[in-house]
Design a binder for this molecule. Sequence first.
Ligand SMILES: C[S@@+](CC[C@H](N)C(=O)[O-])C[C@H]1O[C@@H](n2cnc3c(N)ncnc32)[C@H](O)[C@@H]1O
Length: 227
Amino acid sequence: MTTATYDRFRGTLETYFDRTAAKAWEQLTSDAPVSGIRATVRAGRTEMRDTLLSWLPHDMTGLRLLDAGCGTGALAVAAAERGAEVVAIDVAGSLVQIARDRAPSTLAIDWRVGDLLDPALGPFDHVVAMDSLIHYPARDIVTVVQRLAARTHGSILLTFAPQTPLLLAMLGMGRLFPRSDRSPAILPVRDARLRTLIRTALPDARIGRDRRVSASFYTSHALEVLP
Ligand SMILES: C[S@@+](CC[C@H](N)C(=O)[O-])C[C@H]1O[C@@H](n2cnc3c(N)ncnc32)[C@H](O)[C@@H]1O
């Protein structure tokens, strides 16, 4: 069972990433030249991906990894190159198609279109949700972590949008754009509140490493949850 808000936000994100922003997202996640702001976002995202990958075992042979909300698949490819058995899922089918086309054919990644919480995906050693949960309210983020923790042996690595004055100011500026030009709202969460909610929902879990990446127009905070 998912919550009504989770289902509603997932529907909005599917429309946005599958159609409205698919081209822009394809370009952002490629090597094609991009303008100043997008270049800082790309650099910040690369730093975040490298951080998350550095928290995973170097040799992932025999380990199952879920790339939850895989987008165009860069993290899934990097994990598969380390030997992981990767399931990469995204609700936006057009991004999954780009990921399939980009991935080296030698890598046996199980690409799926659907909900990252689909129980049919089975158990995992590691789950990574890079920037996939930043548009959900804190309580839904915690529900996702709780549901994934029930079938994850190793770690769940997630990122959230930290509630900082700078991010709030940037989001406020974003609201000045016409509605049609806007992406779904990023919902910032206070670090301390998220930790409290996770501890309450998962009293046996440990919160491990964390790291914030702030690169001008990209701000995201990574958290390691050890179920
Ligand atoms: C900001 S993008 C990040 C994509 C990728 N993780 C990356 O860092 O390049 C967020 C992605 O999460 C996906 N997503 C959000 N909620 C999802 C859900 N419930 N199930 C599957 N995918 C989801 C969106 O479709 C989108 O592609």
